[in-house]
Design a protein around this ligand. Sequence first.
Ligand SMILES: *Cc1c(COP(=O)(O)O)cnc(C)c1O
Length: 219
Amino acid sequence: MSLEEIKSRIANAEAAAGRASGAVQLIAVSKVQPNARVEEVLKQGQRCFGENRVQEAEGKWPMFAETYSGLDLHLIGPLQTNKARAAMELFDTIHSLDRPKLAKTLARLAQELGQCPDLFVQVNTGAEEQKAGVLPENADQFVADCQALDLPIKGLMCIPPVDEEPSLHFALLAKIAARNGLEGLSMGMSSDFETAIALGATHVRVGSAIFGERVKPAE
Ligand SMILES: *Cc1c(COP(=O)(O)O)cnc(C)c1O
C-alpha cells in the first residue's frame, strides 16, 4: 500500500470519528526495512518515523538527517537503561517508558542534557507476561511518579495481544489516559489503526502497510 493511501485512510478515519483533520500523527515504522525503501518514503515527504532499536536507528538516521531536514524520530521498542542517553540524543519521542528504573535514569539524564524527548508510558493492557509495560492497575501511580520526576509525559502507549479484539485494549488505554489528564494515545498498527483512531489515537504506528512485509523478523 502506498503512503498516500495510508494517509487518506487516516483522514477518512478522522472524519468518520468526528475528529479534526490532522488530529492523528502517522509514525512510519521503518525497523528492519532496507534503507532504499525508507528513502522512497522520505522522498514522498514523510518525516515522522518509528524505530524499535536504538542501535539500528543510530545506523541510519544520522545519515538520513544530512539530506532530509525536519525529521521527527520516535522510539517505539523497549529501552535498556544503558542505551537511554543515546536514545535521548537521537529521538524526539520515546513511547516505551515502562518501569521505575528507566524513569529515574531518564530524569537524571534530562537534568544533565538540559532536555528530554516527549515521553509515553507503555501500558501492558493485556497483562501479558512476555510484554513490556506497566500493568493497568499500576498505571496511575507510575504516571504520577514520572510527573514527580518532572518527566514530560505526553500520553500512553499499548500493543494489544495478537489474538484479542484490539478495540477493548484501545478503549482501556483511552480511559486510563483520560483519568490521568493525558492527551496522547499511541495505539494502532497496520492491521488496526482505523479502529484505534475511532477510539482516540493521536499517534498510529504503521510499518508493514507502508513498507511491505518486513524482510527480517521484528523484535
Ligand atoms: C513493529 C511495530 C509496529 C508496526 O507494526 P506493523 O504491523 O508493521 O504496522 C508498531 N508498533 C510497535 C511497537 C512495533 O514494534
